[in-house]
Design a protein around this ligand. Structure first.
Ligand code: HAM
Length: 408
């Protein structure tokens, strides 16, 4: 992704950083690859991400490593290694690698923005991370979204549900899709997020997790929903939202962009994973977070006509007809003063320099020729906007102030 398109990527990351900082999350930077066991154990052997999509390789020391397919398991691994004080509230931006069939909105390397909050079970944290994702999406202009929420119960109530679901699937085995027939025995929940018609039809009559939640999980979920209502965040309950990664407990959620094709319209999802720290060898520590795909956000922005005005052009383009020394000195001076400035190189003609100036996105050209040099002045020309072509002569030592006032 090159400029100018990458300016929108940059803007999305910057806005996310702003939202994360304002909610008390600090940046966490982790390695792009880990011991493959971090994901095998953390995300789960039976998840598609690990079973089919993980990039694994052996390094020169014979270690089996994996390119990070998602951010949560490695953030938890870092938490166990560093033991920061809790609640540990971390945000990240990372490439993620999944061997999927590439298509619009689905890539073998995509980029995720995410947060993880470790060390508290408080349902208000679930609300806080959902609210963060909701306001971030709104701030970049992804406004037509649907939020689905569910609770997956905990170690107390989930086993009974799994058993009930397994009994139901055993009775409907022959009706399941080719992939899930028999295979559901390894993890019956995977049938619930299968998109194939056969599994969707079987699912309609399956037991629902809602009817199996224990009292504590029920209260926890009720408080999350109450919080979303209090903050004015619209949600829809979806009993089948189990998400594709095996670590989830209690709250799960997903935002879909309604402007995108439904197969790839998940612009962010996450949930609780109260058992994951222990699974990876740390002390019992609850956690909740989400990941949001930058490429999908950009697609949704495009579909909604958002972020169209994000340009990373410079403010001023210096056109030098004297051989380049003036451009060298002026661009440096302007940059030192906090003004974005660029120039052409190789002693190009006035016409060629103006062409590059136009492409640079600059609103102003600062022209220095023999006349300007003799009078100690420069010519400022407006390149775009309502005053385009207007030009004025400005004393060299008033240039910075003049550009600053033209910018504001
Ligand atoms: P995930 O739903 O697998 O969750 O991915 C998070 C987001 O990444 C998706 O909502 C989607 O926007 C984007 N995404 C996933 N795969 C691709 C792909 N192949 N191409 C483009 N975008 C993609 C997780 O990864 C969890 N770690 C989220 C989480 C954090 N749960 C708790 N904390």
């Amino acid at each position: 992704m090159l400029a100018p398109e990458s300016a929108r990527f940059e803007a999305v990351v910057a806005r996310f950083a702003g939202h994360a900082h304002r909610a008390g999350f600090g940046l966490y930077i982790g390695p792009m690859f880990e011991d493959a066991a971090v994901f095998r154990r953390g995300v789960g052997e039976e998840s598609e991400v690990v079973a089919k999509e993980m990039y694994e390789f052996e390094d020169k020391g014979g270690r089996v490593l994996a390119l990070r397919p998602e951010g949560t398991a490695s953030a938890v691994r870092a938490f166990i290694q560093h033991r920061p004080p809790v609640p540990w509230k971390a945000w990240y931006v990372t490439p993620a690698f999944r061997y999927e069939a590439p298509q619009a909105g689905r890539y073998r390397q995509h980029h995720q923005l995410g947060v993880e909050a470790l060390g508290t079970e408080d349902p208000d944290v679930d609300v806080e991370v959902i609210a963060l994702l909701s306001s971030f999406l709104g701030s970049v202009g992804v406004s037509r979204v649907e939020l689905r929420v569910n609770s997956m119960g905990d170690a107390d109530c989930m086993p009974a549900y799994r058993e009930a679901l397994a009994a139901y699937l055993a009775a409907h085995d022959s009706e399941l899709c080719d992939e899930h027939r028999e295979r559901w025995r390894r993890n019956p929940l995977r049938v619930l997020d299968c998109k194939r018609d056969e599994c969707v039809a079987v699912r309609a009559g399956a037991p629902r997790i809602t009817d199996y939640l224990c009292e504590l999980c029920r209260l926890h979920f009720a408080r999350v929903l109450e919080g979303l209502d209090a903050l004015g965040i619209a949600w829809r309950r979806d009993d089948w939202l189990v998400r594709g990664l095996d670590y989830y407990t209690r709250t799960t959620f997903e935002f879909s962009a309604l402007a995108l094709d439904s197969a790839q319209n998940g612009v962010g999802g996450g949930g609780r994973y109260d058992g994951l720290v222990e699974v990876l060898g740390g002390p019992p520590t609850p956690g909740v977070g989400f990941g949001s795909g930058i490429e999908r956000i950009l697609l949704a922005c495009e579909a909604e006509g958002a972020l169209a005005d994000v340009e990373l052009g410079v403010d001023v383009f210096v056109v030098d007809l004297l051989g380049g020394a003036a451009a060298r000195d002026l661009t440096h001076e302007l940059r030192q003063a906090g003004i974005a400035a660029d120039r052409a190189f190789d002693g190009r003609s006035l016409k060629a320099q103006l062409k590059v100036a136009d492409r640079s996105g600059a609103r102003l050209a600062c022209i220095v020729g023999p006349e300007e040099e003799a009078s100690g002045k420069v010519t400022l020309r407006v390149l775009r906007g309502p005053d385009a072509h207007h030009q004025e002569s400005v004393a060299r030592d008033e240039l910075v102030a003049r550009i600053e006032s033209a910018r504001s």
